[in-house]
Design a protein around this ligand. Structure first.
Ligand SMILES: NC(=O)c1ccc[n+]([C@@H]2O[C@H](COP(=O)([O-])OP(=O)(O)OC[C@H]3O[C@@H](n4cnc5c(N)ncnc54)[C@H](OP(=O)(O)O)[C@@H]3O)[C@@H](O)[C@H]2O)c1
Length: 333
């Protein structure tokens, strides 16, 4: 081989490796842009939350934990309300590392109305104001029809009735706090099925896990609309909104059968196609940080913006009133 042909060969092989680097760089850039698109909208501004008291239900994991982190960084006093003391305390320790004495754990099991009452009493014995209640906790797609301690189907019992009672019991503190907010974390799953207000606990109709989840998330939106109407009718200085956080990589799917078995196989897809928990917290945070005057009470937010709900058949003022009356009756309020 001549010197000339050796030079040509080495030039073409370095050209080839440059091309590979370039291709990898373009691939990584495209991947990053795709992930940014998947992660969706982000909070546009923040405000100082010093002296504000905020309850986050289900604040120990997923979207709730990321929400707490941001609130703590911005000065809020956070009450982490969740059922598992050990997991709750671990999250509180993490949050207090971000800002010492910022967060307190208070036990709350939304599937047990006695626990909800005990929580409300404990909170009111310690605090005389509540700037924001974030009804975030939730369970999804429970495979069998199981009942809460008080006889409600578990998903509607936890996701709706538990939060309904909690909001009701805390309402005197909320309404005495100027510009109070109630933020209800619903889901886009509300568009898939319907809510049967004549058989809310699936006593006479067959139970399907996704139908029950969807119904509980429709209930979150109906509750928001009726609560906002009541706030307005009584001329109170507060607002309530509901939201969809996006499809987020959290522990919410851990109830699925074979979850542990299939998890390693779906992980790469989950990492690519699902929002990170931090991204999933953005819409909740937008509703906390938005100027009070600009927050649109009663509305449903997606990706940090007001979005029309697509389930027009089920999301009606009549259903909102009917669910409210049913909840008052079944909870004996
Ligand atoms: N992830 C998504 O793709 C997605 C999409 C749409 C809507 N959402 C909604 O987002 C919210 C947060 O879910 P996530 O995805 O962050 O799930 P997650 O990581 O499983 O968090 C759910 C939280 O709720 C708590 N919780 C469950 N049952 C409770 C009960 N009976 N009493 C008190 N706390 C209870 C859990 O506490 P434990 O640790 O004790 O279980 C946990 O802290 C839910 O309302 C969910 O419906 C999620």
């Amino acid at each position: 081989m001549t010197l000339e042909s050796e030079t040509v060969l080495s030039n073409s092989s370095s050209l080839c490796s440059y091309q590979i680097y370039l291709e990898v760089a373009v691939f990584v850039l495209l991947l990053a842009l795709f992930k940014k698109w998947i992660n969706g909208g982000t909070v546009t501004k923040r405000r100082d939350l010093t002296n504000e008291v905020i309850i986050v239900t289900g604040g120990n994991s997923g979207i709730g934990f990321e929400t707490c982190k941001d609130l703590v960084k911005n000065g809020a006093r956070v009450i982490l309300a969740t059922r598992n003391e050990q997991r709750g305390q671990r999250a509180v320790d993490e949050l207090n590392k971000i800002r010492p004495n910022s967060t307190e754990f208070m036990k709350l099991d939304l599937g047990d109305l006695t626990s909800v009452r005990l929580f409300a009493n404990e909170f009111k014995s310690k605090y005389n104001k509540l700037n924001c209640l974030i009804n975030n906790a939730g369970i999804a797609a429970i495979s069998k029809r199981i009942l809460t301690k008080d006889g409600f189907e578990s998903q509607i019992g936890t996701n709706h009735f538990g939060h309904f009672l909690l909001t009701h019991l805390l309402f005197d503190v909320l309404k005495s706090t100027p510009q109070f907010r109630v933020i209800n974390v619903s889901s886009r799953s509300h568009i898939r099925f319907c809510i049967n207000l004549d058989d809310i606990n699936f006593e006479r109709t067959p139970y399907y896990r996704f139908v029950a989840y969807s119904a509980s998330k429709i209930a979150n939106i109906l509750f928001t609309q009726q609560l906002q109407k009541n706030i307005q009718d009584k001329n109170l200085n507060g607002k309530t909104v509901s939201l969809h956080p996006g499809a987020v990589k959290t522990e919410i799917g851990s109830h699925f059968s074979y979850y542990k078995l299939v998890y390693p196989f779906i992980l790469p897809f989950a990492l690519l196609f699902l929002k990170s928990p931090k991204a999933g917290a953005q819409t909740t945070l937008q509703c906390v940080y938005e100027d009070f005057n600009k927050l649109e009470g009663g509305k449903y937010y997606v990706d940090c913006k007001v979005t029309p709900t697509a389930n027009k058949e089920n999301i009606t003022p009549q259903n909102a009133q009917k669910l409210w009356d049913l909840s008052v009756k079944l909870l004996k309020l």
